[in-house]
Every structure is written in structure tokens, then in C-alpha cells.
Design a protein around this ligand. Structure first.
Ligand code: ZN
Ligand code: ZN
Length: 93
């Protein structure tokens, strides 16, 4: 199954194409597309979608792990996210 690429979520930089992060974390911290305000980008395996995959944004201010397009943080595979990232440290964006 080919994955549709939504190019509106990407930006071109001197380092190549990078994802544009969402506007901020659920706790209200604003994110930027570059510099220290940019969340770090990871991936998480999750059972809520057919492709079982989300981009995971880590807030640089509070450290909350936020899955993009996710509907249920309880379905994250524990092996794909650091231990200790549970409950309120998980968010949805
Ligand atoms: Zn935050
Ligand atoms: Zn999910």
C-alpha cells in the first residue's frame, strides 16, 4: 500500500525536506519549525490506524510526547516509546 504524501506538511531547508511540526503541544507550548522551539521528531507504533504508525513530536518545553493523527494514546506499542512516557506524558496533536 503506497503512502500518500501530503507535501503541505513538509518544508524545504538547506538540510533537505523536513516535516513541519504542528502548532504546539496540548499543554499550550508553541512550537516552531526551526531552532530551539522545534520539537524533536520520532516515530511510534500504534494500533489506532491501519498503517500502525505515527510521527511522534516531543515538546522541547515540557517533554510531552505527542502523536500526530492519533486517536488513542493507550494503543501505543510500549517497545517504540521510552519507558516512563505514560499517562499525561502522552498527547495527541
Ligand atoms: Zn509542552
Ligand atoms: Zn494512534
Amino acid at each position: 500500500m503506497a503512502r500518500e504524501i501530503d507535501w503541505s506538511k513538509w518544508q524545504r531547508t538547506p538540510r533537505g525536506w523536513v516535516r513541519v511540526p504542528p502548532g504546539g503541544c496540548p499543554a499550550g507550548h508553541r512550537w516552531t519549525t526551526s531552532g530551539p522551539g522545534r520539537p524533536s521528531e520520532r516515530f511510534v507504533t500504534c494500533g489506532c490506524t491501519v498503517d500502525r504508525h505515527h510521527t511522534l513530536w516531543v515538546c522541547p518545553t515540557c517533554g510531552m510526547h505527542c502523536a500526530e493523527g492519533c486517536t488513542d494514546t493507550d494503543l501505543w506499542a510500549g517497545t517504540t516509546v521510552s519507558s516512563g512516557i505514560i499517562g499525561s506524558r502522552r498527547g495527541l496533536v
